[in-house]
Design a protein. Structure first.
Length: 84
């Protein structure tokens, strides 16, 4: 069973590269429509309930700005879609 993971995005560390937006297989992240005072479109967690705890975003974030907190439910690989 997959529960809802806790996703922590440290906005002070994030530079908006978008790797998380591109790599996430479940469309958890998106870019803000506005440009931030720091000069880029910030990353937003738009669908946290879709997170399957694959940790790709956490592993690939060059700024270490993303932390995924595992749910108490282990992932049942039999229920995952075939395209993952």
């Amino acid at each position: 069973m997959i529960g809802m993971a806790e996703i922590r995005l440290n906005r002070k560390w994030c530079k908006g590269c978008g790797f998380c937006v591109e790599i996430c297989p479940k469309d958890v992240y998106t870019r803000d429509t506005k440009v931030s005072p720091r000069g880029f479109q910030e990353i937003i967690i738009k669908n946290p309930e879709r997170c399957i705890e694959c940790f790709l975003c956490e592993y690939l974030c060059p700024d270490l700005a993303i932390t995924i907190i595992r749910t108490q439910h282990p992932i049942n690989k039999e229920t995952l879609p075939n395209d993952l």
